[in-house]
Design a protein. Structure first.
Length: 264
């Protein structure tokens, strides 16, 4: 399978990455100490949960504030946002759309490189504009070999913000006609993001609060407020909601951002 056809990092790549990082770790010193207070102070300001600056979903609509683009996956598809790709998979898990970055700054050149890949049998790329952005696209097939059915799909390359985005929609060859409209309609939605609400989205952050007078976690929560429920804040601090707090204790709260309780 070509690497672009994976909606998650390939297992062999993950294993190699982990092994290489493990090799860089030096033996731990024998005189380690626990510095709880110093550790907590380092957490102040840390991003909590999903960082919308790295892209986030509103149902099937993917929004990326830092890169200033949006992309709509087909309705009902299961979506996934990773560090180096964004993907959507059909409800029947027999088709996918994968969005990532291509090499270079020219959409046509990136498309030509794509169809020249030894695993791809593609048409000559066409060029045009998608929502005002320079783009190139091509229909392609991939011969899988063995008992696996060949793949068919369309690859779109779009120039935006000094980068080239690669959007590949594919399924098995026999199902391509069933998914053509959904995939091609989705590809037409890649666009520059201009909504200030999206462009200014900020993450929730951990904020440390020092207890000034003896109180309970519940009372501290009521006075200071938080983006999380009291129950979640209690869990975050390994405490019960009615736990007693002494003067000088440090408590973790979460402030700002837009947080989905179901994701924590």
């Amino acid at each position: 399978m070509p690497s672009w056809a994976s909606t998650h990092p390939q297992p062999e790549n993950r294993t190699h990455l982990i092994e290489s990082r493990l090799a860089e770790i030096e033996p731990l010193p024998s005189n380690l100490t626990v510095g709880r207070r110093e550790y907590l102070q380092r957490l102040d300001g840390m991003v909590f949960g999903q960082n919308p600056r790295e892209g986030y979903f509103e149902e099937e609509l993917f929004l990326h504030p830092d890169l200033a683009f949006r992309f709509q996956f087909p309705g009902g598809w299961k979506t996934h946002n990773a560090k180096d790709l964004v993907a959507g998979v059909s409800p029947s898990q027999d088709a996918a759309i994968v969005l990532g970055l291509a090499q270079g700054e020219n959409a046509l050149r990136a498309a030509e490189e794509f169809v020249r890949d030894e695993s791809v049998r593609g048409e000559r790329p066409q060029t045009g504009r998608i929502n005002g952005l320079q783009a190139a696209w091509a229909r392609f097939e991939v011969v899988m070999g063995g008992k696996s059915e060949d793949l068919a799909g369309r690859a779109l390359f779009v120039q935006h913000g000094g980068k080239v985005y690669r959007i590949v929609g594919y399924t098995t060859k026999s199902r391509w006609s069933s998914y053509t409209q959904a995939i091609e309609t989705s590809m037409q939605t890649f666009a520059r993001e201009t909504d200030s609400r999206v462009l200014n989205a900020q993450p929730a952050r951990v904020r440390l609060v020092r207890v000034e007078t003896p109180t309970t976690l519940s009372e501290l929560y009521q006075r200071n407020g938080s983006s999380l429920s009291l129950e979640k804040i209690a869990l975050l601090n390994d405490l019960q909601p009615n736990a007693r707090l002494a003067k000088g204790d440090l408590v973790k709260l979460v402030k700002g951002g837009t947080i989905s309780e179901s994701s924590h």
